[in-house]
Each structure stands twice: as structure tokens, then as C-alpha cells.
Design a binder for this molecule. Structure first.
Ligand code: FMN
Length: 330
């Protein structure tokens, strides 16, 4: 079985069939380029407010920026008003995005209380209207990313997948866990993903519980999905998708030297500065450095220092010192 077979979402080729998840606060344009350079088949913006697009909100417009070398790139929108979602989708199509994705999984209180994100899992009638409206508004491929259900034990995947497919979506992304079960690895229900894959004819991308390279292989084998979406694993290791591909091909994940990891962080710092200017980029880098160095000894002290610097040279100095000490200790 060739699990790394490319597939199409509408007319967009997804090759390789492993994609970067939308992650609010992380998957900005520089980070997407970084992960794309490690062979992601598709990258996603973080969720973009359809109301923000409609009312031309400046912060929302920051999230809309992308570069040609990210392509194919999918814009993920959220909201609960079919007309506003349709407007936002059409606007983003005009801006040059390759795919529109609708968020039906976000568990954040602010989003749920506005009737958007995972609140839609409770409202199949509105799901139908939303997919219908957005489908009518755009020609580019349309996908929906949804969770298994809202309450623990609930499974709305079959009902909603069929609505989404029959209203003309080109692929479905399934995070196989309910909102109440949050992110607990042992609650990830890959069997339900497999069953949906068997019953719909559009491509299915499986998501959730991808921690190690072996999880990607298992997801393909257990569920038979067309593609696998990885989120947090890429936040800690932007090279994760390349590593998973190597693991599937050879049984051995990628092993990077500390100096190579440092170079990857430096590259991201440079791209963030180009995109956002030095001051904002250095602030943005704090969370990335935290995730890249997660679990390493001495990281708390590094974090304290990183949180106090505002200049590129100071940040680079701290990172080089940290990684050189680590390399010397190996
Ligand atoms: C900090 C954070 C932010 C997220 N932001 C989004 C988002 O903007 N849109 C979305 O559909 N999912 C979002 N997710 C969910 C991820 O896309 C993904 O479904 C989830 O992390 C499970 O995949 P993983 O186990 O590979 O991380 C977010 C998750 C985290 C941890």
C-alpha cells in the first residue's frame, strides 16, 4: 500500500498527502513557509473571522497575508452567518487562496458563544445553509474541518459529513474527538474517521493525536484516509512532515543536529522580521522558541532571557549560546 499517494481536493493536487493544521497564533505566513520547505502538501492559515473580513478589520487583514511560495494554501474562515461567510470566502478567493476551509471545530468559549466553530456541530440545519452559501460564492475548492461532536460520547460525523458532501464540499477534515474531550490522546476516535472515509466519496483528511512519526503511519493504515493533518507536532518540530515521510519510507525518522535546529529557528526569526518588523517579530518568536525548545534542560532560564530582549542580535546571541552549550554537552 502506497500511503504517500498524492490526492486532489477539487483541482488542487495535495502532494505529499500530509498537511499542516491551522493553529491560531502560530501558522502565520513565515511559519507556513518554513513547514512548506519541509515538504507539507498543503498549509492552512489560522482561522480568519468572516465578520472581520466583512468589516475590514485591520487585525483580520494581517492574517490574510500569504506568499506565493506557500502554495497551495488554504484560508480557514469561521463565523455563523452564511452570508458573511460567503462574502469572506469570495474575498479570499479573489486574494488568490487555493482552497477555502470552514471551521466547525473550534472549542474556544468566545467562538462557541457566538454560535461559530464547534457550536455548529449542534446545528445541522445551519451547517447545510453555510456550506450551500459558501459553495455558491466560490469556484475554488471548499472543505470543512469538524470535530466528532460537542459532548463527550456524541458522534455527529456521519450526519454532518453527508450534509457537507451533498452541499458540494470537495473534502472533509476530521478531528476525531469531541469538544468536551478536548485534546486527550486516548479519546481520539480513529475508528469513526475510518467509517466516514468508507461512506463518503470526497477525500477525507484525518486529524488529531499525531504526536510521533509513527502516528502518521498508523493514521493512514487504521483509517484509510487520503491525507493526514498534523498540528502540534509541527509547532514543536517544523520538519515533522519530512520526518514522517522518511519514517514511512525507511522506518527511521529524521534526526537533526542541534546546529541544524538552530539554523531553522534563525531562518524563522529572519522571515518573521521581514514580515512584521523587528519589534513585533521578536515578540512573536517567544512562543515559537518555547515550543522548539520544549523539554530541553535550561529552557526556563532561556525563556526568561528571551522574554526580555527586543533586538534581533540579542535574540540570536541568546539562541546561539543556548544551542552551543547543548551541542558541547552531546
Ligand atoms: C493553540 C492551538 C490553536 C489552534 N487553532 C486552530 C484554528 O485556528 N483552526 C482550527 O481549525 N483548528 C485549530 N486548532 C486545532 C488544530 O488544527 C488540530 O485540529 C488539533 O491541534 C489536533 O491536531 P494535532 O493533534 O495534530 O495537534 C488549534 C489547536 C491548538 C493547540
Amino acid at each position: 500500500m502506497n500511503m504517500l499517494r498524492s490526492f486532489k481536493i477539487g483541482n488542487v493536487q495535495i502532494d505529499p498527502p500530509i498537511v499542516l493544521a491551522p493553529i491560531a497564533g502560530f501558522t502565520d505566513s513565515p511559519f507556513r513557509i518554513l513547514v512548506k520547505n519541509f515538504t507539507a502538501g498543503l498549509v492552512y492559515t489560522e482561522m480568519i473571522s468572516s465578520m472581520g473580513v466583512f468589516f475590514k478589520d485591520a487585525k483580520t487583514f494581517e492574517l490574510i497575508k500569504f506568499k506565493e511560495n506557500e502554495k497551495p494554501v488554504s484560508a480557514q474562515i469561521f463565523g455563523n452567518d452564511p452570508d458573511k461567510l460567503a462574502y469572506a470566502a469570495s474575498y479570499l478567493e479573489e486574494k488568490g487562496f487555493d482552497i477555502i476551509d470552514i471551521n466547525m471545530g473550534c472549542p474556544a468559549n468566545k467562538i462557541v458563544s457566538s454560535g461559530a466553530g464547534s457550536a455548529l456541530l449542534k446545528n445541522p440545519g445551519l451547517v447545510k445553509k453555510i456550506v450551500q452559501a459558501v459553495r455558491t460564492a466560490v469556484k475554488i475548492p471548499l472543505t470543512v474541518k469538524l470535530r466528532k461532536g460537542f459532548s463527550s460520547g456524541e458522534n455527529v460525523l456521519f450526519e454532518l459529513s453527508h450534509i457537507i458532501e451533498s452541499e458540494g464540499a470537495d473534502a472533509i477534515i476530521i478531528h476525531g474527538i469531541t469538544v468536551e474531550d478536548g485534546f486527550k490522546k486516548d479519546k481520539e476516535d480513529w475508528e469513526s474517521i475510518r467509517q466516514v472515509k468508507e461512506t463518503v466519496s470526497v477525500p477525507v483528511i484525518g486529524n488529531g493525536g499525531i504526536i510521533k512519526e509513527t502516528d502518521v503511519k498508523n493514521m493512514f493504515e487504521i483509517t484509510g484516509v487520503d491525507g493526514v493533518m498534523a498540528g502540534r507536532a509541527c509547532i514543536g518540530e517544523p520538519w515533522f512532515i519530512k520526518s514522517a515521510i522518511q519514517f514511512i519510507d525507511t522506518g527511521i525518522p529524521l534526526s537533526l543536529l542541534l546546529s541544524e535546529k538552530l539554523n531553522i529557528i534563525v531562518k524563522l526569526v529572519e522571515m518573521e522580521i521581514d514580515e512584521k518588523g523587528e519589534e513585533n517579530a521578536i515578540k512573536e518568536m517567544r512562543k515559537f522558541i518555547q515550543s522548539f525548545t520544549f523539554g530541553m534542560r535550561g529552557v526556563a532560564a532561556l525563556r526568561d532571557k528571551v522574554n526580555k530582549v527586543g533586538k534581533k542580535d540579542e535574540l540570536m546571541g541568546l539562541l546561539r549560546a543556548f544551542f552551543e552549550v547543548k551541542e558541547a554537552a552531546v
